[in-house]
Write a protein that binds this ligand. Structure first.
Ligand SMILES: *Cc1c(COP(=O)(O)O)cnc(C)c1O
Length: 413
């Protein structure tokens, strides 16, 4: 199916990556061990998969699922719910839960993910900020990373000393759609230690795409993510999670539902099993996606494109950025990824104005779960410098097939 030349290139790339792949397998094993011991200690049983409806009071399975997510992430408390529609929704729940009028939200990894613009109420968003944190009187400040690489701990400390209105320090672990480095767990833990010195200040971490890429998750007051990315293992059909310290999780729970109810209600409607099964698969599936990212990096570097991270560089998220230099390459690449997908392989992606994003975006996603980016997918805002963000791969084999198909699409025409 593929040319001999391309297959030889793939073989060479995999040879270069053999040690990297062995380390990824080691991390997946350790993380699976951790998840399984949480299941065992909590005596997970088939009765926990029962469905509830209506208010969903006394849903043992849902409560256990909440508890096990927290424990797998090394947190005191937390919840994982199907009523959370996306990562953005989960992040909004966390922020609205903790912030009050006249408080300041301090983002310390530069500008947060695009979809949070309208949540925070940033000036450049299309809607005029109705319902945003800004409309509720929450102020916003940001501190960029130093050289798009590391946290500016000195400026963060100064800001916390000088501005007592800062209630939430916000950090995004993954680079997302920005041209920057992904932060490691160790770096975020150092930030948490700093934030801890200031009483009444919370650290919120956007953990999207970072889950299970390292041996541990970051420490934070709230650690937030989506279940149609790493943490759902490709099994959860929808949902998000928020885990962290007891107090912060309690405040967030009042925004998930309402004050006075918090986590005590919310019918699971048969979703508990897929969320827990997803948690079981998450370390393995994340490893498949990371291998796919390394493979893409190795292949495209050989073909003369700039890749971030580099093929052998250690990862703290599943995103691979490839610089394709022009819109035509971006479209061809995305069309190739789409063609190499298990679902909707016949669809031809075009650029579109996606709700929540401010530039035209091309997306390739032939996923079993709509929009799931733990499944092989590519997104590219159609703007300079024409970076394409590739992520996912439920199995390494299918991820590799997708990359090879994309390369053929690009070289053919
Ligand atoms: C995906 C993502 C989000 C938003 O998640 P959605 O599920 O798309 O709403 C936020 N931050 C980062 C870093 C992400 O990767």
């Amino acid at each position: 199916m593929f040319s001999e030349k391309l297959l030889l290139l793939a073989k060479e790339s995999e040879k270069d990556l053999s040690e990297v792949f062995a380390e990824i397998d080691r991390i997946a094993f350790k993380n699976t061990e951790k998840v399984m011991s949480v299941f065992r200690e909590n005596r997970l049983s088939d009765r926990h998969f029962n469905s509830t409806c209506g208010y969903g009071y006394n849903d043992d399975g849902r409560d256990l699922c909440d508890k096990m997510f927290a424990e797998c992430f090394g947190a005191e408390a937390g919840f994982a719910r199907s009523q959370i529609i996306s990562g953005t929704h989960a992040l909004a729940i966390a922020l609205y839960g903790l912030l009050r009028p006249n408080d300041t939200l301090l983002s310390v990894s530069g500008k947060p993910y695009d979809t949070l613009d309208d949540v925070i109420g940033l000036g450049n968003s299309k809607d005029r900020g109705e319902g945003s944190l800004a409309e509720y009187g929450v102020k916003y400040r940001e501190i960029p990373l130093v050289d798009s690489k590391t946290l500016d701990l000195k400026s963060i400390r100064e800001a916390l000393n000088d501005d007592k209105s800062v209630k939430v320090v916000f950090v995004q672990r993954s680079k997302g759609y920005s041209d920057r480095r992904t932060l490691t767990v160790a770096e975020i833990n150092e930030l948490f230690a700093l934030v801890r010195e200031f009483e009444g200040v919370y650290l919120v971490v956007d953990n999207c795409y970072g889950e299970f890429t390292e041996l541990d998750e970051p420490k934070a007051d709230l650690l937030v993510g989506s279940l149609i990315k790493n943490a759902g293992g490709g099994i959860a059909e929808t949902g998000g999670y928020i885990v962290g310290t007891k107090r912060a999780v309690e405040l967030a729970s009042y925004r998930l539902t309402v004050p006075g109810i918090g986590l005590e209600a919310g019918a699971s409607m048969g979703t508990t099993k897929s969320m827990i099964k997803g948690l079981f698969f998450a370390p393995h599936v994340t490893a498949q996606a990371i291998k796919t990212a390394h493979f893409a990096s190795a292949m495209f570097e050989r073909l003369g494109f700039e890749c971030y991270p580099k093929p052998l560089e250690k990862r703290s998220d599943i995103i691979q950025t490839i610089r394709l230099y022009n819109a035509e390459n971006v479209l061809k690449f995305c069309r190739g990824i789409q063609k190499g997908s298990p679902v909707d392989s016949f669809v031809v992606p075009e650029g579109w104005e996606m709700p929540g994003y401010n530039d035209s975006v091309v997306m390739a996603a032939g996923a079993f779960t709509q929009g799931s980016s733990i499944e092989l997918s590519a997104d590219a805002p159609l703007r300079e410098p024409y970076l394409v963000y590739l992520q996912g791969g439920l199995t390494y084999e299918s991820g590799k097939l997708g990359i090879l198909t994309a390369i053929e699409e690009m070289l053919d025409k």
